[in-house]
Ligand binder design. Structure first.
Ligand SMILES: C[S@@+](CC[C@H](N)C(=O)[O-])C[C@H]1O[C@@H](n2cnc3c(N)ncnc32)[C@H](O)[C@@H]1O
Length: 319
């Protein structure tokens, strides 16, 4: 990784004061930032933590890991920056003799450097390859691979479920017809096809939804969140807190329902005859309504506008 890539990494962190206030650590506590990015949240946590705390960062993006390692090197409490998707990073904690943690943060989604660099392929605003992998070393399938190989039914359900786009089946049909003559590799190609198929009405919203669907699929974002969050809740010490900042309704629903199912509330769909979610009582939800950025924060950092922060605390389980 180039020094230049690290020095150019700019990501304005969201809800920093709120994160520090809600996730303050006990002396000697273990804290893991599962989406460390450029390290801004973890740096603020480090500033507020005792010198005998152990702080870890995790990210699946190589540039983020390199940047966080460089920027957090001066904090003696920052023990390690782990390069891994968070669901597998949790499994690797046992090898590091970590059996309980006292605080955890997930600041979901993509970072500004991922979105802003055309070569990463996350945006429909610029050209670039249809890549969208957060970890180009570990994930093999790109967005172009999905567009070129998934069946029409798979594309329809991906765009409908992960993009919440009503015109999913029309879009999937057009993609399958187009790739017969010209397989996808460039972002401009997909954009031009959607423009031709759908016309100008609501085009920007639809483009955002289709790109969101592809990004979620390429990185298994919702599977990662569900499994990472469940594992982290297991690892929390009594009184330990987990906070999640989400940026769209699919993520927020997983966070809300995972928390609710651990305060003993059933979160099964109402049409199920019996409960299958097996609610347990292990958490206390500290934010019944999510915390959202102030108008001042949104005007200074428009990418904060959809952020929702939820926090829960592990309770003592009596026998
Ligand atoms: C919104 S940014 C976080 C920014 C960070 N809080 C900061 O202060 O700079 C999200 C980061 O999470 C990482 N990420 C997203 N999903 C991940 C996953 N499943 N496992 C590990 N890292 C992930 C992305 O690569 C990105 O760097």
């Amino acid at each position: 990784m180039t020094e230049q890539g690290v020095s150019e990494y700019r990501h304005e962190p969201v809800l920093v004061v709120e994160v520090v206030n809600w996730l303050s650590l006990p002396r000697g506590g273990v804290f893991i930032d599962f989406t460390v990015g450029g390290g801004s949240h973890l740096a603020r946590i480090a500033e507020e933590s005792s010198l005998d705390s152990q702080l870890y960062g995790v990210d699946r993006d190589t540039l983020a890991v390199e940047t966080a390692r460089a920027r957090l090197a001066s904090f003696s409490q920052v023990t390690e920056i782990i390069h891994a998707p968070f669901a597998s990073a949790v499994d690797s904690l046992a090898e590091r003799q970590i059996e309980q943690i006292h605080g955890a943060l997930f600041d979901l989604g993509v970072s500004s450097p991922q979105i802003d660099r055309a070569e990463r392929g996350f945006t429909f605003q610029q050209g670039g390859p249809l890549d969208m992998r957060m970890d180009r070393d570990m994930t093999l399938t790109t967005a172009a691979d999905i567009l070129n190989t998934a069946s029409q039914a798979e594309l329809t359900s991906m765009i409908y479920e992960y993009g919440e786009e009503r015109r999913a089946s029309r879009i999937a049909r057009a993609i399958v017809a187009e790739r017969e003559s010209q397989p996808f590799s460039e972002s401009r190609h997909l954009r031009a096809l959607l423009e031709k198929t759908l016309g100008p009405a609501n085009l920007t919203k639809t483009l955002a939804r289709v790109y969101q669907a592809l990004r979620i699929k390429v990185n298994d974002e919702l599977g990662q969140l569900q499994s990472g969050l469940e594992k982290v809740i297991e690892l929390l010490a009594p009184g330990g807190r987990v906070g999640v900042i989400s940026y769209h309704s699919l993520e927020d629903r997983i966070v809300k329902n995972t928390f609710k199912s651990r305060v003993g509330e059933c979160v099964c769909p109402p049409n199920l005859p019996v409960c299958v979610c097996n609610p347990t009582s292990t958490l206390n939800i500290l934010t019944r309504k999510p915390i959202t950025p102030t108008a001042e924060e949104i005007s200074a950092n428009p990418r904060a506008r959809s952020a929702k922060f939820r926090v829960a605390e592990k309770i003592e389980v009596s026998d």
